[in-house]
Write a protein that binds this ligand. Structure first.
Ligand code: ZN
Length: 487
């Protein structure tokens, strides 16, 4: 059997049989690239937390924001005018925990049991369509199952062969022994951690993520090597506590305060306790000395936290809402798996209301700690952690994260800043993206309504500008109906 390079094959098929076939990117474009585009009569939420500017004009020139004004800019015959009366524009979302795979559970049955091995198929089509369609113009993959695929996807997007956001590709999970994920390499020692970082940095990854079973010496070796290469390291940790990771020099911790294990009874060094942080979260209300000391430690060491509320939302039984658009996006087996686990969750809540109440308490603790962290000067980032689990999917999940930040007590303007400028700041890209200002990239989300008054309006996406090209949000989202989980 001979193999042709897929792109060659695609090109050959297109020219021989389907000459009318639309370009795979252009078919989703609503506002083509133009030398001057003026967005008129639009409400601007600029991403800095500042009050909205009403009835404004934004001039885009090529792929940049050229000017912002409250009076009509000078006209020229080639200017493209877009009337955005009743619409709001805010910066493209910067998704900081945005995977390109989902979780599949072989032969999941009605009791919630499935057979090993745990597998996480790559979703290079549905994930990037959902992300861009929902307004995510930059994302960090935050742990990769198929790193070569992620790197090649980045190239396909950057060269205009596939629609999608700008990708900060994270290397393969830096995982220690006893991982339950078949696709993860289990680091043997510190030297292996260093060599893994070197190898994948040379392949072009731009961030790393440590995972639940990594040991302290492996984590230290990985952080030291990544920092030599000017690459940041985040972690979803368990075997290593938050204070230990801070002392080792980590740059970012995933899942807010939800997975810290420092107060878990019987916590052994370098081992992930079976309680996986739940007792720590339950004990650590924001007014405890432990919480205050941890927040101070994180802020003093400039360690960012990524809030991933959508993936924890289902731990609060009052939050087991189902969005029809999310169910519609899922492929049938993915939808079935979600509904089974959701139903089991509801049964568990009914069977043990006391335990359920405790989990609600912990969920609210987690939210309150994120607020306290920001109040103390910490840099909070936003991402949904979409794997299909808990009904969390790309794009829609990024919007949900912003809505849940508002439920956590942030104002809509603060929540939008967390999901835009803060991510850009962490990535060191805040000169180019993350807010609406002259000179910055034209990465913009246009929604109907006013998210500064009702944050749920963030879901009403119409046009997503990326590098000055306006994509049709609905077309991108419609293109993956019933496909999330399949490809
Ligand atoms: Zn994750």
């Amino acid at each position: 059997m001979r193999f042709l390079a897929p792109l060659l094959l695609l090109a050959a098929t297109a020219s021989a049989q389907q000459p009318e076939r639309l370009d795979p990117v252009q078919r989703y474009v609503k506002v083509p690239h133009a030398s001057t585009i003026v967005l008129e009569h639009v409400r601007i939420i600029d991403g800095t937390g500042a009050a909205p500017i009403e009835n404004a004009y934004i001039t885009l020139s090529d792929d940049k924001i050229a000017a912002i004004s409250t009076t009509a800019p000078a006209n020229s015959p080639s200017t493209v005018h877009i009337d955005l009366t009743g619409r709001t524009v805010f910066p493209g979302l910067v998704g900081m925990h945005d995977h390109l795979y989902n979780l599949s559970r072989p032969n999941l049955d009605a009791t919630g049991a499935s057979e090993p091995p745990l597998n996480s198929p790559e979703l290079p089509f549905s994930s990037v369509h959902l992300y861009l369609g929902a307004g995510v113009t930059t994302l960090r993959t935050t742990g990769s199952m198929e790193t070569y695929a992620d790197l090649n996807l980045r190239t396909l997007i950057d060269t205009g062969h596939v629609p999608g956001p700008h990708l900060d590709v994270t290397g393969p999970y830096l995982e220690g022994p006893h991982s339950s994920f078949m696709q993860m390499h289990q680091l043997k020692d510190a030297a292996d951690a260093k060599a893994t970082v070197d190898f994948w940095a040379a392949q072009g990854v731009t961030s790393f993520k440590a995972y639940m079973n990594i040991t302290r010496d492996q984590l230290k070796a990985a952080i030291d090597e990544a920092h030599k290469l000017n690459i940041k390291v985040t972690g979803h940790l368990c075997s290593v506590t938050y204070p230990e990771a801070v002392e080792l020099g980590i740059d970012n911790l995933e899942h807010g305060f939800f997975v810290n294990t420092q107060l878990d009874p019987g916590k052994q060094p370098d081992l992930c306790p079976p309680t996986a942080g739940n007792p720590t979260l339950a004990k650590m209300t924001p007014d405890t000395p432990e919480a205050k000391a941890l927040i101070k430690l994180l802020v003093d060491h400039h360690v960012a936290l990524t809030s991933t509320l959508p993936v924890f939302e289902s731990s609060d039984p009052t939050h087991l809402h189902v969005q029809p658009r999310v169910l519609a996006a899922m492929a049938t087996p993915t939808r079935e798996a979600y509904l089974i686990t959701r139903n089991l969750e509801l049964m568990r809540v009914a069977a043990n209301p006391q335990q359920a109440a405790q989990r609600v308490q912990s969920y609210h603790n987690g939210m309150a700690l994120e607020r306290a962290f920001v109040a103390a000067g910490g840099l909070l980032l936003a991402g949904p952690d979409p794997t299909g689990d808990g009904g969390t999917v790309p794009g829609y999940g990024d919007q949900r994260e912003v809505e849940l930040l508002v439920q956590a007590g942030f104002t809509p303007l603060e929540a939008i800043k967390i999901a835009t400028l803060n991510g850009a700041t962490y990535l060191g890209r805040d000169k180019q993206i993350g807010s609406i200002a002259p000179g910055k990239d034209a990465d913009l989300v246009i929604v109907k309504g006013d998210p500064s008054k009702d944050i749920n309006d963030i879901e009403n996406t119409e046009i997503i500008f990326k590098d000055g090209v306006g994509y049709d949000s609905q077309k991108l989202l419609d293109s993956v109906k019933g496909r999330y989980g399949q490809y």
